[in-house]
Write a protein that binds this ligand. Structure first.
Ligand code: GSH
Length: 310
């Protein structure tokens, strides 16, 4: 099996989603710690422009976005099944809600001026650079950030609903085995709960805390740190592996030069030649001096996929 390499940093909630899935599946993986803010030259060498965290590398295949990363890991290690038949519609639907709306309401709570001051503990320049980077990432983004006031109201409303649902006593959201819904709901809550000043929000929700402790107990699997230089060398020394062909999009054919970009925030475009596109993913090939020939995979949903020049 090709090594699983996760490019991430400890504080990233979406990375925590994937680390916890790696834990549930008890996988061994290589860890590359990447910068929290731009520039990220070694990430961009692999992706061609996509800058969000995390990304998954398997040899010369680069998987962007946790929606697709989770599906790839589930195919690689099918148990526990993150997409079981009894929640085939509901679990991904809850996950999509959590990854967008719940996450969008968690960010302002974890980034209030007080929490930021505590997180950066006097490293003023670093804090300013972080805030400026995130403002730039959200500039012109179709999905604007929610105000701290509204975020708090939403968050408390959702915590209450989750508490009621979990009060029934099941270990996970859809029974006694975790699904994609558990990991997607967990990471925005983890983001807030791990901030000393914001954690008190959870005190009236014992069943949410019990469920969170259960997800946390799944661990992060078994990781070994490697450098981004080593990861680039692995990409360069490995051949692209493909498990699809053709194009499910009538206006595009394999070989076309295409541009793929997220449609919510951090909308940096990536250009390359279409390798294949099915209902789940679009894959483009590109070449980089340091990473060699790579295939970059994006989910179909929440991405714009167009012929270059349009
Ligand atoms: N839809 C993406 C969202 C990823 C995302 O927003 N990640 C945050 C960190 S948790 C991010 O990229 N922040 C900016 C950065 O790390 O440069 C996914 O599911 O992977």
């Amino acid at each position: 099996m090709t090594d699983i390499i996760l490019h991430h940093y400890p504080m990233s909630p979406f990375a925590e989603k994937i680390r916890t899935i790696l834990g549930a599946k008890q996988l061994a993986w290589k860890s590359v710690i990447i910068p929290r803010i731009m520039p990220k030259p070694d990430v961009v060498a692999l992706t061609g422009g996509y800058r969000k965290t995390p990304i998954l590398q398997m040899g010369a295949n680069i998987i962007c976005d946790t929606a697709l990363i989770a599906r790839k890991l589930n195919a690689l290690a099918p148990m526990p099944d993150l997409y079981p038949a009894h929640a085939a519609m509901s679990a991904p639907a809850i996950a999509a809600w959590a990854d967008s709306l719940l996450f969008n309401s968690a960010v302002p709570l974890a980034f209030t001026p007080e929490v930021l001051a505590q997180t950066f503990a006097g490293r003023e320049a670093e804090m300013q650079a972080f805030v400026a980077d995130r403002v730039a990432m959200r500039k012109d983004a179709p999905m604007p950030r929610v105000s701290a006031h509204d975020a708090r109201n939403n968050f408390i409303l959702w915590l209450g609903k989750l508490e009621r649902e979990l009060a029934i006593g099941s270990t996970y959201l859809f029974g006694n085995s975790p699904t994609i819904a558990d990991f997607s709901v967990y990471h925005p809550l983890w983001f807030v709960a791990t901030k000393p000043l914001a954690g008190e929000l959870f005190k009236d929700y014992p069943n949410v805390r019990r469920w969170m402790a259960g997800v946390k107990a799944l661990g992060h699997g078994n990781s070994t740190e490697i450098s981004s230089t080593e990861a680039l060398a692995i990409a360069k020394d490995t051949k692209i592996k493909l498990d699809g062909e053709g194009s499910a999009l009538p206006d595009l054919e394999p070989g076309d030069t295409i541009v793929v970009a997220p449609t919510d925030y951090g909308i940096d475009p990536v250009q390359g030649r279409l390798v294949y596109c099915n209902d789940v993913e679009v894959v483009l090939a590109r070449e980089d001096e340091r990473a060699g020939k790579v295939a970059v995979h994006f989910p179909r949903l929440n991405y714009s996929i167009k012929k270059a020049g349009l």
